[in-house]
Design a protein around this ligand. Structure first.
Ligand code: S5P
Length: 474
C-alpha cells in the first residue's frame, strides 16, 4: 500500500472509532467548535497504533538526525514508545508535573546537554503543548528543533512553532483530513465548509518565544543562526574556545599588527575603528586580513553608521576605507530606521557580510530608551540574513538564539573611565546579562603585557560561559 493509501486508511479508521467527531462541541476553553478530536482512544486499537507508527516512521523518524524521541504527554507517549522501539532511538519522558520529592526533574531518561531530541505529538492547535515540552528540554540543555505530529488543525500552531525555531511535519493538515472524509462520503459538503470557516475564524494567538539562548552552547546556536556571519562567528567561538572580542583602539597600524601577532590566537573577533588610524594604507588592510585568516578570527569595523541609507551605502562601499571589502561585519545605529539596513547589504560581491545593530550602549547618560531598544530589535527581524546580532547590555533585549549579543564595557573590575564609559566584570556580563561575545579594549590594549592579559580575559570569560551553559546559575 502506498503512502497516500495508508493516509486515507488512517483517516477513515480514526473517523470510524470516533477519534474525530463532527457536530456542536464546546472546547476546554469554552469555545464552540464543529469538529472535535480525541486521539486518546487510539490506544484501544492496536491496528491504528501500528498504522500511525509506520507512517510517522516513514515520513520523518527513519531519516531523523536525533539522539532521542520525546512524546508530548499524554496521548503521544505510547506512540513515541512504539517509534522508539521501531527506530531504535532512545526515548525521553517528560513529566507533566514535577515530582514532589527528590529531584525536581521534568525529563526522565539518560541524556547529555547538547543532544538533539525529536518531539512527537498527536494534534496541534496553537502549538503551546509542544512548546511547553521544548521549554523543559531546553532547561536540560537539550536541542529540540523538530516535531512530527499526526494532525495540524491549521489554527496558527505551525507559525507559533516556527517563531520558536521548531519545524513541524504532520501526517495530515485539517484540510487534507476533511478532503479524504468528504471524498469517501463520510461527511457532507456543508460540514466541510463549516469546519473550514470555523478554522479560518479561530486562529490561536502568537505564543512567547521559549528558546533560552542563554543556556545553549555556541555550536548549537551556530545551527540555529540565519546570518552566515553569525554562523561563522559561533563556530569560531566553539572551535577556539574564546568569546573574546579585542577592540584594537590604537592609532598606529604597526602597533595594531604587532598586537594582533601576539594575541590573535586567543580572540574570536577583532574590532577596529579604522578612522582613528593615522598611517592607514591598503597594505595594512591586506596584513590585517592575513592575520585574520592565520588566526581564524573575524573582523568587525565599529563604524556605527547612523545616516540616511544613501549616505551609509557610500560610506560603506566607497571612500578611503572601502569598509565593505574587508570587514566581515559592521556596527550600525537603528536611529535612521530601516533605510540603513537596506544600505548595508548582507552580500557584497558574492561575499557574506553582517551587521551588529546597536540596541543599547554602555556609557552612562546615553539617550537610548527601552522603547528605542525594543523598536531596534523589531526592525532587525525583517533582515535575518544580514543581522548578526545586537550590541547591547541586557539578556532580555532579544531572545533569538541564532543572534549574538555583543557586549562592550568590560574589565576585570567594575569601574568607569572619566568620559562616561561604564565597566562591568566578566561574571556580571556573561552570567547575569547574557553577553555572548565580550568586547575588551583598554583592559587588554593598555595592559603592561597584553599577551598575558588576553589569556586572563579569555580564560575568565570562557569559564563564565561554561558555567552559564551548565545551567547551574538559574
Ligand atoms: O555601547 C558601546 C558600544 C561600543 S561598540 N560601548 C562601547 O564602548 N563600544 C565600543 O567598545 C567603543 O567604541 C570601544 O571601541 C570599545 C570599548 O573599549 P574599552 O577600551 O572601553 O574597553
Amino acid at each position: 500500500m502506498d503512502y497516500n493509501n495508508k493516509l486515507e486508511k488512517l483517516a477513515l479508521q480514526l473517523f470510524s472509532v470516533d477519534a474525530v467527531k463532527f457536530g456542536d462541541f464546546i472546547t476546554k476553553s469554552g469555545i464552540n467548535t464543529p469538529v472535535y478530536f480525541d486521539l486518546r482512544v487510539i490506544v484501544s486499537y492496536p491496528d491504528i497504533m501500528v498504522l500511525i507508527t509506520t507512517l510517522l516512521y516513514d515520513i520523518v523518524v527513519k531519516d531523523a538526525k536525533c539522539d532521542h524521541l520525546c512524546g508530548v504527554p499524554y496521548t503521544a507517549l505510547p506512540i513515541a514508545t512504539l517509534l522508539s522501539i521501531q527506530a531504535k532511538i532512545p526515548m525521553l519522558m517528560r513529566r507533566k508535573e514535577a515530582k514532589g520529592y527528590g529531584t525536581k526533574k521534568m525529563i526522565e531518561g539518560h541524556y547529555k546537554p547538547g543532544q538533539k531530541c525529536l518531539i512527537i505529538e498527536d494534534v496541534v492547535t496553537s502549538g503551546s503543548s509542544i512548546l511547553e515540552t521544548v521549554k523543559d528540554l531546553h532547561k536540560e540543555g537539550l536541542i529540540a528543533t523538530e516535531a512530527v505530529i499526526i494532525l495540524d488543525r491549521e489554527q496558527g500552531g505551525r507559525q507559533n512553532l516556527e517563531a520558536n525555531k521548531v519545524h513541524m511535519k504532520s501526517l495530515f493538515t485539517m484540510t487534507k483530513f476533511i478532503e479524504i472524509l468528504l471524498g469517501h462520503g463520510k461527511i457532507t459538503n456543508d460540514t466541510a465548509v463549516k469546519v473550514q470557516d470555523y478554522l479560518k475564524g479561530t486562529q490561536a494567538p502568537p505564543t512567547e518565544s521559549t528558546v533560552n539562548r542563554i543556556l545553549l552552547p555556541y555550536e548549537k546556536r551556530a545551527e540555529l543562526a540565519t546570518s552566515q556571519i553569525a554562523k561563522r562567528l559561533f563556530t569560531i567561538m566553539a572551535t577556539k574556545k574564546s568569546n573574546l572580542c579585542l577592540s584594537v583602539d590604537l592609532t598606529s597600524s604597526t602597533k595594531i599588527l604587532d598586537l594582533l601577532e601576539k594575541v590573535g590566537e586567543h580572540v574570536c573577533l577583532v574590532k577596529t575603528h579604522i578612522d582613528i588610524i593615522e598611517d592607514f594604507t591598503d597594505v595594512f588592510l591586506r596584513q590585517l586580513k592575513q592575520l585574520a585568516d592565520r588566526f581564524n578570527f573575524l573582523i568587525l569595523e565599529d563604524r556605527k553608521f547612523a545616516d540616511i541609507g544613501n549616505t551609509v551605502s557610500l560610506q560603506y562601499l566607497k571612500g578611503l576605507y572601502k569598509i565593505s571589502e574587508w570587514a566581515d561585519c559592521v556596527t550600525a545605529h537603528s536611529l535612521p530606521g530601516e533605510g540603513i539596513l537596506k544600505a548595508l547589504n548582507g552580500c557584497v560581491n558574492g561575499v557574506n557580510r553582517g551587521v551588529f545593530l546597536l540596541a543599547e550602549m554602555s556609557c552612562e547618560g546615553n539617550l537610548i530608551s527601552p522603547d528605542y531598544t525594543e523598536a531596534s530589535v523589531k526592525m532587525a527581524e525583517k533582515y535575518p540574513d544580514l543581522i548578526t546580532g545586537f550590541v547591547c547590555q541586557k539578556k532580555e533585549t532579544f531572545s533569538d538564539p541564532g543572534l549574538i549579543q555583543l557586549t562592550p564595557g568590560v574589565q576585570l573590575e567594575s569601574t568607569k573611565d572619566d568620559m562616561g564609559q561604564v565597566y562591568n566584570t566578566p561574571e556580571k556580563v556573561v552570567l547575569d546579562n547574557g553577553a555572548d561575545v565580550i568586547v575588551v579594549g583598554r583592559g587588554i590594549v593598555t595592559a603592561k603585557s597584553p599577551e598575558a592579559q588576553v589569556v586572563i580575559y579569555k580564560d575568565t570569560l570562557w569559564k563564565c560561559y561554561l558555567k552559564r551553559v551548565s545551567g547551574k546559575i538559574e
